[in-house]
Design a protein around this ligand. Sequence first.
Ligand SMILES: Nc1ncnc2c1ncn2[C@@H]1O[C@H](COP(=O)(O)OP(=O)(O)OP(=O)(O)O)[C@@H](O)[C@H]1O
Length: 234
Amino acid sequence: MIEFQSVSHAFDDVAVLEDVSLSLGDGEFVLLAGANGSGKTTLLRHCNGLLTPDSGDVLVDGTPVVDDLIAARSSVGMVFQHPRDQFVAATVGADVAFGPENLGLAREEIDRRVDAALEAVNMAGRDDDRIDTLSGGEQSRVAIAGALAMEPTHLVLDEPFTGLDEPARRSVLERLESLSADGTGILLATHDLRDVTGLADRVIAMRDGRVAVDGPPEHALTELDGLEIRVPEQ
Ligand SMILES: Nc1ncnc2c1ncn2[C@@H]1O[C@H](COP(=O)(O)OP(=O)(O)OP(=O)(O)O)[C@@H](O)[C@H]1O
């Protein structure tokens, strides 16, 4: 469970999150929507302590993130908006294997995770490709695979579909859906609610740093008018 309790955060005295309270339960699939600049990335970066609240608390499985950063970072997998932020190796296979290797897993288990993660993003067999030779969309897929290979309890993704072609987008969505069914909490920030709302248990929409809507998709979608969010045609 990830919980935000009255979290506020400002950059240079400009409030970006204001009194945000929300939760992500185990196995819950939650969409985070909101216009540009509404505070989504800032919120997600609190989930594993990349940012800390000015006031309020963020808890992962009952423990404040600030009290145990290592525990939070091993429970919460992150996919950043800009994939170059998270590459640590030169080749695809080495990069995706890096996290599981640091968990001290056996080689067969690492190889299994890398294969499954690359398959989920339609990059099977591309282990030896150099990351700096990949297209932007392919780099995004490798970044997603890196987070999937950690098999975290909660997976937080910031606009992961930017630059992905339709088969890759579908494949990643299917993987997220099956992870959620198996108990992984998914918090997915996206501008594009097309065909993802059907998979979600809840939609949370931000406006000006506050939670404007939090409810089941069928309820939330009727509330999104005026939030500059692309709503799928009914
Ligand atoms: N490190 C920072 N320093 C100063 N201001 C920042 C910083 N990070 C974010 N902001 C500001 O906080 C506000 C919210 O940004 P944030 O990236 O959280 O929004 P977002 O909802 O993720 O937007 P987008 O949909 O464009 O990705 C913006 O006005 C942004 O300029």
